[in-house]
Ligand binder design. Sequence first.
Ligand SMILES: *[C@@H]1O[C@H](CO)[C@@H](O)[C@H](O)[C@H]1NC(C)=O
Ligand SMILES: *[C@@H]1O[C@H](CO)[C@@H](O)[C@H](O)[C@H]1NC(C)=O
Ligand SMILES: *[C@@H]1O[C@H](CO)[C@@H](O)[C@H](O)[C@H]1NC(C)=O
Ligand SMILES: *[C@@H]1O[C@H](CO)[C@@H](O)[C@H](O)[C@H]1NC(C)=O
Ligand SMILES: *[C@@H]1O[C@H](CO)[C@@H](O)[C@H](O)[C@H]1NC(C)=O
Length: 409
Amino acid sequence: MARQKQILLTLFFPILLFSLSQTCRAHNITKILAEHPEFSEFNHYLTATRLASEINRRLTITVLAVDNSAMSALVARHFTLQTMRHVLSLHILVDYYGSKKLHQLSRSSTLSSSLFQATGSAPGTTGYVNITDHKKGHVTFSTEDLPDGASPATYVKSLKEFPYNLSVIQVSSVLTSPEAEAPVPPPPPVNLTELMYAKGCKAFADLLLATADVQTTFDDNIDGGLTVFCPIDSAVKAFMPKFKNLTAARQTAILLYHGVPVYYSMQQLKSNNGVVSTLATGGGVKPTYTYAVKNADETVSLNTKVDEATIKAMVHDEDPLSIFSIDKFLQPKEMFKAVLAPAPAPAPHKKKKKGKATADSSSDDDAYSPDSSSSDDDAADKNAAGRIAENWVSAFAAIVVAFVALVVF
Ligand SMILES: *[C@@H]1O[C@H](CO)[C@@H](O)[C@H](O)[C@H]1NC(C)=O
Ligand SMILES: *[C@@H]1O[C@H](CO)[C@@H](O)[C@H](O)[C@H]1NC(C)=O
Ligand SMILES: *[C@@H]1O[C@H](CO)[C@@H](O)[C@H](O)[C@H]1NC(C)=O
Ligand SMILES: *[C@@H]1O[C@H](CO)[C@@H](O)[C@H](O)[C@H]1NC(C)=O
Ligand SMILES: *[C@@H]1O[C@H](CO)[C@@H](O)[C@H](O)[C@H]1NC(C)=O
């Protein structure tokens, strides 16, 4: 009997743990806060400053959220988005503080590094947050450069806890720090052409410049986050005969196909398999002009079903723009015959395109796409939220199965 239990436990525990780890892997701060409408302003600015994606990709994090009435004091100061990002990044601690831990600080106070500190934007130690557990459950948060007379923010309640990965806590007011509130000079404008010229993608950069409106579409998408995969010069050279053979509309589409309107760091590409939309993706029911990002060991490749390119080098990587050189010209299945095995089912990282492309690629209806109804495309179309829900269901199912098994045997 005991032995049976032991066998069952060894059988089911891995399933259980696997399901659970799948579940907490992808937290979505936007979604969590959306359940609390009184935090809509804070939530809005997390997205606008792109701190939301920074929170989502970190594994151990605490968010100190303020409600709309507390947020209004900050909004009223009309900071630029960069300054807003600094101030809000003070509210993101790169450690896990659940309600319990906050009320049991061993030496009654601790210094925690915030994202402001962790990203190197804070001079000295101004990006540290002093958390003090006063008696009677009164917990305060203050910055190292809290001005005289300003009061620290106090703990209000816990909104969400995924021990020891993500904790979302309400605090009474916005943390004050002169350093974080200081004006931030706008980042120097990046010159895509120049960046690509310097790192072996000259031919591709020239193609972008030479094709009407393409360069502009790339430039216009930088602010909102952009990942560019530029084929190295030899890859462009090899593809040129085919490129010249394409209609003007298709030339535009295939160039836009090399831009993904989401910023991905190398680390993010290495830790996620999934289908991505591109600047050429159309607005129809079925996303067109996509490809699968796959990674094995330290290698990241892009599979279009027609060809598969591998990332050779990082050309530029600074939020909101990353550029990676690849060893092949990406050929969409909308134009060329798909020959490769279908890409594996995508992981939860797929992003939906937000109507950014300007090229009229979706109307390119003479595209070769006999296999566009294959079932893995359907799988790709499910959104991330759906997948997380599935993970919860499978976690729950595993718990039920394990429980029933224990009771029965
Ligand atoms: C949760 O955090 C722990 C410790 O930081 C980490 O090892 C683990 O991978 C995280 N779990 C998930 C599912 O991300
Ligand atoms: C997070 O949730 C929001 C709101 O539900 C959604 O719009 C967004 O696409 C999600 N982000 C990710 C990365 O899944
Ligand atoms: C945090 O601030 C309190 C009150 O100002 C101070 O007594 C304490 O030493 C500080 N804690 C740390 C770890 O700096
Ligand atoms: C970008 O750099 C290229 C090459 O140095 C130059 O020709 C072009 O004028 C620059 N573009 C802008 C907008 O500065
Ligand atoms: C160009 O198009 C023609 C007609 O469709 C085709 O026969 C030829 O093989 C193509 N050339 C290349 C290099 O793809």
